[in-house]
Write a protein that binds this ligand. Structure first.
Ligand SMILES: Cc1cc2nc3c(=O)[nH]c(=O)nc-3n(C[C@H](O)[C@H](O)[C@H](O)COP(=O)(O)OP(=O)(O)OC[C@H]3O[C@@H](n4cnc5c(N)ncnc54)[C@H](O)[C@@H]3O)c2cc1C
Length: 421
């Protein structure tokens, strides 16, 4: 962050009235935004994706109560809609931050949505759109270039993927849209935002599963990450279809969950990623409740759960079709004649080495930080330190992996901190 020489000096009263900028529109950023706005503060929220909601908006359900993501997100979307103190930008990437505490100038680049605010989300553009987005992280196969975020969209408006759309060479959406909402010639725009404080709520990234070579992860295989699995379950719930494995479209009968994939491992991430044990228990309990034909086995070093999440373990222990095995998975190998996946495990309870075959494997991956702005102080693993000298306030899971409930509490605390000028 350098000083911006070109700006006029503004008085202290003016800086107190400057909005608070929040970078990241996941559950934490949204929470800080609504708390600040309801306390009378002007807020600008920027999100790099086309929709707010972050990772939670892609969940199938969430612990501790295993409720759908709409529970929690919808009420917050309503709070945003009804509060004129919140402005938000989606598809917004940070270009640069200048200035200092109390008086920042932030430039953001807005990618074109190719559909404007007149969209009524009727969906006719997607019906006629001939282009498909490539399958990606739980993205439903066949999703069109004109798309909307999986039913929990905020804003509730379609957008068009500019990397896939053929624009004027196709233009079928233009012919069917009754609201003049299609803008195929829209180009990127730049916006400058003056802000008194900046809350950084950029969340987490997933560790790169291909780096754990002995687990044989690849995008085509039946070894998937827990984030992919979460989104597969969400797509099944949404579209009322059965869970199938990627390689052949058959229903898996036995699914193994491999804990600490990348976490608590000196070759990868030495720290605990905090939410993966609860996430795998949630997945196993969801299978138990909704897929009577599937057995789940969780391989763990030790179960790390906090607060109300403890009860997930108790629930899982009572289920016949869930097995909990204490033991680190050493290797995942292809089964005989390439059928299934063989796990080599050191079973701590029996003291024996086991080899067993599964139809699918879910890797409970480690979580990593999200790099945002140069100049922010980080800990030895790259997560932001809570106290920054710069007047920027990191919040929630960009400081360390944490669950939704802790993220929301932390984001509320950050809102309070930002108001104390
Ligand atoms: C597999 C899995 C399952 C989980 N299940 C549960 C569960 O059931 N219950 C639970 O309590 N917790 C669960 N968690 C944890 C949960 O995901 C986090 O607590 C939650 O996502 C934290 O929200 P957040 O807003 O801090 O971060 P995120 O959800 O990561 O949101 C951050 C947002 O910031 C945006 N962003 C990032 N960088 C920028 C930038 N430079 N500019 C603009 N925007 C940016 C991102 O696009 C994103 O929208 C799970 C985690 C995993 C991995």
């Amino acid at each position: 962050m350098g000083d911006d020489q070109t700006r006029n000096t503004i008085s202290e009263t003016d800086t107190l009235n400057l909005p608070i900028l929040i970078i990241g529109g996941g559950i934490s950023g949204i929470t800080s935004a609504v708390e600040l706005a309801e306390a009378g503060q002007e807020v600008v929220l920027i999100e790099k994706e086309n929709y707010l909601g972050g990772n939670v908006s892609h969940f199938n359900n969430y612990f501790p109560k295993l409720c759908p993501p709409s529970c929690g997100l919808e009420i917050n979307y309503q709070r945003i809609r009804s509060n004129p103190r919140i402005s938000y930008y989606t598809g917004a990437s940070l270009k640069n931050i200048c200035g200092t505490d109390g008086d920042f100038m932030v430039n953001i680049q807005l990618k074109p949505r190719l559909i404007n605010n007149s969209c009524t989300s009727c969906g006719k553009c997607a019906e006629v759109c001939p282009e498909e987005r490539p399958a990606k992280l739980g993205r439903t196969a066949g999703e069109k270039a004109a798309f909307i975020n999986n039913g929990l969209a905020f804003p509730m408006k379609y957008c068009i993927d500019p990397e896939v759309c053929k624009r004027e060479a196709c233009a079928r959406c233009l012919e069917v849209c009754d609201y003049n909402a299609i803008q195929l010639d829209a180009s990127p725009a730049e916006v400058g935002i003056q802000a008194g404080k900046i809350i950084v709520a950029t969340g987490w990234n997933l560790y790169n599963a291909t780096l754990i070579e002995n687990y044989r992860y690849s995008e085509e295989s039946d070894v998937v990450t827990n984030v992919e699995f979460e989104r597969m379950l969400a797509a099944c719930t949404r579209e009322k279809i059965k869970l199938t494995r990627p390689s052949d479209g058959l229903t898996p009968r036995r699914i193994a969950f491999v804990q600490c994939a990348g976490s608590r491992d000196i070759n990868h991430l030495p720290y605990c990623s905090a939410v993966c044990c609860s996430a795998s228990l949630k997945h196993a309990l969801t299978l138990e409740a909704e897929y009577p034909e599937i057995d789940a086995e969780i391989f763990y070093i030790d179960m790390r759960l906090s607060g109300r999440n403890e009860k997930l373990l108790k629930q899982a222990e009572e289920k016949e079709r869930i097995t909990l095995t204490k033991g680190k998975v050493g290797r995942i190998l292809p089964g005989d004649e390439e059928k299934g996946l063989v796990l080599e495990v050191e079973d701590i309870s029996s003291g024996c080495k086991r080899k067993d075959t599964y139809d699918m494997v879910v890797l409970a991956m480690g979580l990593t930080p999200t790099p945002v702005a140069a100049g922010l102080k980080v800990n030895e693993y790259g997560f932001y330190l809570p106290d920054q000298p710069s007047g920027m306030i990191p919040t929630a899971s960009c400081k360390r992996p944490m669950d939704v409930s802790s993220s929301v509490k932390d984001a509320t605390a950050s809102a309070l901190k930002a108001m104390q000028r």
